[in-house]
Each structure stands twice: as structure tokens, then as C-alpha cells.
Design a protein around this ligand. Sequence first.
Ligand code: COA
Length: 384
Amino acid sequence: MDIGIDKIGFYTPKKYIDIVELAKARNVDPDKFTIGIGQSKQSVPMEYQDSVTMAAEAANQIISKDDNIGLVIVGTESSVDESKAVATFLVDLLNLPEDVRAFEIKEACYGATAGLKMAEGFVALNPDKKALVIASDIARYGINTPGEVTQGAGAVAMLIGKDPKILKFNHEEVYMTKNVGDFWRPTFSKTAFARGKFSNQVYVEFFSELWQKYQNTFDQTVDDFQTMLFHVPYTKMGMKALKTLKDKIDPDKFDELSKHYQASIEMGREVGNLYTGSLYLALISYLINGDPKDNEKILLFSYGSGAVGELYSATIQPEFKKNLVSEEIKEVLSNREKISIKEYENIFAEDPQNGYSTNVSDVLDEFYLREIKESERLYKKMEH
Ligand code: COA
């Protein structure tokens, strides 16, 4: 039975900062941020937004009453509760049936991939049902930190089912876990701690090791793929992994992979870091901005600090264009407003506590945190 991504949706907040303005405010040469890091804009979530509201926005773009969803998994490292899962709020906000399993997965930026793999098993056992897997995150390193330029926010929602219309999983996958201290966020902290350069190094090492293992396990080479997609917290990062192949493969092949890589990072450049959604935004960006061939076989590299890596192959389905909500996704990106660095810093400092209440007239989105009452977060869908 073929199983994979039947639909895919995307959301990013409606406010963003310009990366050149950020560089100037931090007394950094803008080329470092735009070329060295490879970013143009960075999404800024509003006070009423979090991993719940963004997940709801992305899922709302793709689900319908007839989907027969039996499983809801949210991969996130920006959860709102130590106990209650983001996915449980969604059952209510998205009017999902009660006979679903709903929970949350955490392993840094690997969470969504873990969710997809569980969803694949679920569909294999329940072919008439679908699974909703959502990556939703706010990447926060802090004002004036080296990681600030690699912040961002957003969500990618994927509906997994049999006979998928967008991407078929090929059951060709290799993975590995090592206890590595490259990035972490203790429960007391709202911002992440990162050994940034070390994290880059581990990421590239994981890719190289897994690629070797993949080739040996499945007796395949780079010629079996037209495209490699990477976890891209900032757009230069995936290129570091891709470049490890440069001297080992035919220059034309490297050029083809590089060209497709460029198409895959166009959207990430405009949004910033989605943490666990980054790889899947690269997939969306490639589907929209690249020129995928029918039944093109692609390789996806998922990496979550801490660290878990997985390399797996999938096949783009011939009818993907019909099922991709391209116009809605493009609108999410075009329908945004630039804010100043000062405004961003003010929003960043906000920290809704018990007693918080949203002024509904400020809400620009469909889903929002209504209030925090008796330390409980209460969400709402906009009434039209
Ligand atoms: N023009 C063009 N490029 C420039 C430049 C300029 N004026 N100045 C610097 N650069 C380049 C550097 O050569 C470097 O390129 P390289 O990575 O190809 O070597 C790049 O810009 C970044 O410069 P660097 O000095 O390494 O930046 P930094 O010390 O500020 O740190 C990160 C960059 C990415 C390490 C930092 O932003 C970070 O820690 N981010 C968090 C990332 C992370 O940990 N993610 C984990 C999740 S996987």
C-alpha cells in the first residue's frame, strides 16, 4: 500500500522584520546576515500566538469534514504546557471528532519527522483513516545573541493517508541518535541555548554518516535522486551538508542538486527558522518554486539537535499540483506587514502571564489565545 503526504498546509505570522534592518541595528555587516547566513526576512509572532494557534492555522488550510482523521500529532519544541499536549487543543479548535489519538512529540527539529513515521505506521494498520501531523514552533534565541538572526515562527500541517496525492514514502530510511550537547532549552528558559558552530558540525557529520549508510543499505547512489531536501533553520545550513558531496560527484549532478536546493530555500529565506517545520517548508518551497518531474525521487534529511538524524526517500506524485494549496500558501507569505526592529523588540519582551487577556480587535488571524485564566490557556477561533 502506498502511504504518504496527501495534503500539506503552511502558516507563518503576519508580521516580519527585515534582516538588513536587523543587521544595522546590531552593527553587523548586512552581507553577513543576507549572504553568510542566507536570510531576508524573519517572522515575528504576536502575543496572542503560540504553537497551538499556528498549528491550527496551518491545519485549517487543508482539512475537511470527510478526512476521517484518527490520529493528531504535533511535533514542537515550543510547547505551551509541560503536561497537556498542543494536539488536544486542536481537537476542539478544528472541530475534530473525539475518536482520535492526539498527542505531542518532542525531539528538537526532528519532532515532525518522528510524527510522520508514526503516522505512516498508523495508516498501514488503519488504511481507511488519515493522520494529521503538524510541525509548529517559535524559534527564540534572544535579542542581540548570535542566534537572533536564525529566529522565526510558523507551522506546517500534513495529512497522511493511503494513495497520497503529494508525496509517497518509499520505506527507504536510515536514522541515528547520539547524546550531543549542541542545542537545548531547559524548562526554565524561554530562549534556546546553542553551541551554534558545533551544531553545524554535528549536522554535517550526521548527514555524511547517514548518507553513507543509506547508500550501503539500499544500494543507491546520488544518481538515484534529482533532489535533496534539508532541515534548514537558516538557508546556508543545508548547503553545508550538500557541499560535502561536491568533490565526490559529477559537477553537472552537483549543479542540478544545487539548483533544486535554491528552489527549496526560497520560502525559508522569507520566514526564518520554523525548527521542526523547516524541512517541510523546504518541501513546499521546492514543490512551488522548483520544477519537479512526475515521480521524481527525492531524499529528505531531517535533523534534531540533541541529536537525532534521519535520511529517507520519497517520491513526488504526478498529481501533486492539483492537491497543493499553492495560492493559499503564497498568500500567507504575501499578506504580511513589515515592523520595525523596535516594535519587534517590544513584542519579543511580552510574556503573557496568568490574567492575560487578548484585545480581540488586535487579532489579525483566525485562531488566537483568548486569555490565561487560573493559569489555564484558553483559545478561540475568530467569529465571523
Ligand atoms: N559577508 C558575507 N558573509 C559573511 C560576512 C560578510 N560580511 N561575515 C561573516 N560571513 C559568513 C561567515 O564566513 C560564515 O560563513 P560560513 O558558515 O560559511 O563559514 C557565516 O557568515 C556566519 O558567520 P559566523 O561568524 O560563523 O557567525 P556567528 O558566529 O554569528 O554564528 C550561527 C552563526 C549560525 C552559528 C549562529 O547564528 C547560531 O548559533 N545560530 C543558531 C543555530 C543553531 O544552533 N541551530 C541549531 C539547530 S539545527
